[in-house]
Write a protein that binds this ligand. Structure first.
Ligand code: SAH
Length: 227
């Protein structure tokens, strides 16, 4: 992770499932301080936008050496720049990262980064949604969290991953647990029937219904079946 705020890491990724996996050595993270590659005795990293306008832009001659350093640590890793202009992060993309050799993530700040860096390094631009954050760190953590939980050994019961939202091109069916009755609300009878075929059919129908109602765009996308 290339960032001006390495102290943000591992942050929330140091707790719960991701944190246990970090302690177990299933994944690891190197937070690289971009300012270490800054210019002059003030270690300057940004400058005003060429052509004028508000804000500051991270300089190419600072990000270049920082990216070169990151590449030397994990030469095979894809280079990603978190940006609202990027391709929207999907579960499919998280699977691809989880199966790969890791990922180098550049977190922007201010107005963003000099465009030439994106072209020169062939950075993949990824967005976590249609809103603007103040920095790429939280976005990078979102990407990492979605990838880490797919790594073998992170979630004990791998089965629990296969029925999740987006995995079959559908949103997940509703869950219930004890007690059977709560505040006058009953648990659907079918779930108490013990008939696994009927339960699976009910869940499938619920998934299809919820997806059609909330995310019809997902139904339009053909999801390749996982082997
Ligand atoms: N001027 C930019 C926004 C800069 S926000 C624009 O209008 O597109 C500062 C940094 O936060 C960005 O460089 C990027 O790294 C990060 N960021 C903000 N919103 C994001 C999002 N939705 N997804 C991923 N990264 C984001």
């Amino acid at each position: 992770m290339l960032t001006l705020f390495p102290e943000m890491f591992p942050g929330p990724l140091g707790t719960s499932l991701a944190g246990q996996a970090l302690d177990a050595g299933i994944w690891s993270l190197n937070a690289i301080q971009i300012r270490d590659f800054g210019i002059g005795k003030h270690r300057q990293v940004d400058d005003s936008p060429t052509g004028g306008g508000a804000g500051m832009v991270l300089r190419a001659d600072v990000l270049g050496p920082a990216l070169d350093h990151a590449k030397s640590l994990n030469p095979g890793a894809p280079l990603v720049y978190m940006t609202p202009r990027g391709k929207r992060l999907t579960q499919q993309m998280s699977h691809t990262f989880a199966e790969g050799p890791g990922v180098t993530i550049l977190a922007g700040r201010f107005e963003g980064i000099d465009e030439r860096v994106i072209a020169h390094y062939g950075l993949s631009e990824i967005s976590i949604g249609d809103y603007v954050l103040s920095g790429g760190e939280l976005a990078g953590m979102v990407l990492l969290d979605s990838v880490i939980r797919l790594l073998p050994g992170v979630i004990g019961d791998a089965e629990s991953l296969t029925h999740e939202s987006f995995e079959q091109g559908l949103l997940e069916y509703p869950h219930y647990t004890k007690p059977r009755e709560w505040q006058g609300h009953a648990t659907p009878d079918v779930l108490l029937s013990g008939d696994h075929k009927k339960i699976a059919a009910w869940r499938q129908a619920q998934s299809e219904h919820i997806t059609a109602a909330r995310r019809p765009d997902l139904l339009a996308v053909k999801v390749p079946k996982k082997p």
